[in-house]
Design a protein around this ligand. Structure first.
Ligand code: 0L1
Ligand code: MG
Length: 262
């Protein structure tokens, strides 16, 4: 690690305040160009520690930048991992308050809920499917705290991978009964189709993202716990949403999920 504990704590406080006050900031590597991957995850861990200390819970985990469309959109080449705080949960069909966010974008995702714990290294698609309880459709609302979504991978990891809000649909299906690669995905804004895709857009199979998360956690001596909910990553590029927008995601076999920006 290149940063000392005081700098990690100061950067975590800064990024979390930007999140909670809906204020943007230049990317942190502008000032801390020497920071490494461990520093980036240590800042994210400190943000999680701060939230838990104030009484928040971790409602889920996420993989980000897992599709070629997203990687191309953001100009990066590797997935990143983060967590979903409980207060980011929006009920199906519920509202998202734009004033609480900086510049929200939405991502259509396949969400896994685990029956068994999963620990890397060596986790693969088969292990993920065997450990999965069910899958469901999900909308992730990302909101990078970085000005104009301009960041590098280390900055975005430290910023808890732009995590902001999330909505899940009520139709659940056992993963083993579906071919998650060929599930068609249609994202609509105000009734118009704004993005299209299929499950395979996420690393060839969305379970690969969950396996990579398990391997990432395993390298840190951690695991995906039984019962965990995991957003496996945007299937299309992220779509900007603003006040008044009605968003609907339809996934073949998994029904729909919707929310409104107010
Ligand atoms: O969930 C995601 O794919 C977002 C990862 C962070 C990058 C971004 O803000 O687009
Ligand atoms: Mg996402």
């Amino acid at each position: 690690m290149k940063l000392d504990q005081a700098t990690i704590a100061q950067l975590a406080e800064h990024l979390e305040n930007c999140e909670l006050k809906a204020r943007d900031t230049p990317k942190i590597t502008d000032e801390h160009s020497a920071m490494d991957w461990d520093d980036a995850y240590a800042i994210q861990d400190e943000i999680r520690r701060r939230k838990i200390a104030r009484g928040s819970r971790v409602a889920g985990l996420k993989a980000g930048l897992t599709s070629f469309a997203k990687m191309k959109q953001m100009g990066v080449g590797t997935p990143v991992f983060g967590f979903l705080p409980d207060y980011g949960a929006v009920p199906e069909g519920g509202t998202i308050t734009v004033d609480e966010l900086i510049h929200p974008r939405i991502e259509p995702e396949i969400v896994f809920v685990m029956k068994h714990a999963l620990k890397g290294p060596g986790c693969h698609i088969g292990a993920v499917l065997a450990a999965t309880d069910f899958v469901m459709p999900g909308l992730e609302v990302i909101d990078s705290r970085y000005r104009d979504f301009k960041f590098d991978l280390k900055s975005v990891i430290a910023d808890n991978t732009s995590s902001a809000r999330f909505v899940v649909g009520a139709r659940i299906k056992p993963a083993a009964t579906l071919d998650l690669r060929t599930l068609g995905v249609v994202l609509e804004k105000n009734g118009a189709i704004v993005a299209l895709g299929a499950g395979a857009a996420v690393l060839g199979h969305p379970a690969t993202a969950v396996a990579m998360l398990a391997n990432h956690l395993g390298a840190r001596g951690e695991e995906i716990p039984a019962g965990a909910m995991i957003f496996s990553g945007g299937i299309t590029e992220a779509v900007a949403a603003g006040r008044g927008d009605n968003i609907t995601l339809r996934i073949h076999e998994l029904g729909s999920v919707a929310c409104k920006f107010v």
